[in-house]
Design a binder for this molecule. Structure first.
Ligand code: NAD
Length: 250
């Protein structure tokens, strides 16, 4: 039997990049996957992931997030596995990060909503049913920038990703006694459209500092998520799995 047979999973930001790779991996392991994205392309992406469903929703929109949370609480949707993957790291048109003082309140609030508030609200909605079943997995995709200083990181990104990492530890502390694990996965540079927003010189500098000598592939990140979602990871909780080619070691 496949390891995730009979499990349902929600993966946010699943139209492309890391989220698409995670959805594909979980489905291949037997899970019934719901792929959420703000981009309508999620419908076409879902067509490539056997047995999956697509939801189009913008996690920057508080009404969309509270509506989704209400649908989960009412039982319209039920998820054994939540992967909070959707995230943004807005860059200037020239591929540089925004300096600290140039991030205005609207910009800050938008990134905070997508990268931290929405993941926490969605987790709050899925946890009661997981608790009732005595089984659940919450996996939050953070970043190397949540673990250490990364030169190309803006404050809106580093602060929200570090916040999500902290929230993961609290979830682990409060829910692990109920058969629910909560973990973070911290990608280094993974070859996706988000990463490639950086300009050539940032990318070249960053590659030089990676012991593996290359950027990661989305499926290499998804492999760690698949493990954390599986029954094999039943005693792994409150931790952060670094998937970064050795760019940050603890
Ligand atoms: N690629 C990297 O190098 C890297 C490094 C560290 C962390 N991460 C994190 O990994 C996650 C996935 O990143 P990626 O590289 O695949 O990014 P990506 O930009 O390639 O894909 C992100 C997906 O999320 C969706 N999304 C963005 N905002 C959304 C919103 N408001 N509502 C719903 N969906 C939304 C996008 O439409 C897109 O399909 C993010 O949380 C990112 O911060 C990525």
């Amino acid at each position: 039997m496949s390891k995730l047979e009979g499990k349902t999973a929600l993966v946010t930001g699943a139209a492309r990049g890391i989220g698409f790779a995670i959805a594909s991996r979980l489905a291949a392991a037997g899970a019934e996957v719901t792929m959420l994205d703000r981009d309508d392309a999620v419908k076409e992406a879902s067509g490539k992931v056997p047995g999956s469903k697509a939801i189009t929703a913008d996690l920057a929109d508080i009404a969309a997030v509270t509506g989704l949370a209400a649908d989960i609480r009412s039982g319209k949707y039920s998820f054994d596995i939540l992967v909070n993957n959707a995230g943004v790291h807005p860059k200037k048109p020239n591929g540089e990060s925004y300096p600290f003082e140039e991030i205005d309140l609207d910009h800050w609030n938008r990134v905070l909503m997508i990268n931290l508030t929405a993941p926490v609200l969605i987790a709050q909605a899925v946890l009661p049913a997981m608790k009732a079943k005595g089984w659940g997995r919450v996996i939050n995709i953070v970043s190397r920038a949540a673990r250490t200083f990364v030169p190309s990181t803006g404050v809106q990104y580093g602060a929200t990703k570090a916040g999500l990492l902290g929230a993961t530890r609290v979830m682990a502390a409060e829910y692990s006694a109920f058969g629910i694990t909560a973990n973070s996965v911290a990608p280094g540079r993974i070859d996706t459209p988000l990463s490639n927003q950086s300009n050539e010189s940032v990318l070249a500098e960053s590659k030089k500092k990676i012991p593996a000598g290359r950027f990661g592939q989305p499926d290499e990140l998804a492999a760690a998520v698949e493990f954390l979602a599986s029954p094999d990871a039943s005693y792994v909780t409150g931790t952060t799995v670094d998937v970064n080619g050795g760019a940050f070691m603890t």
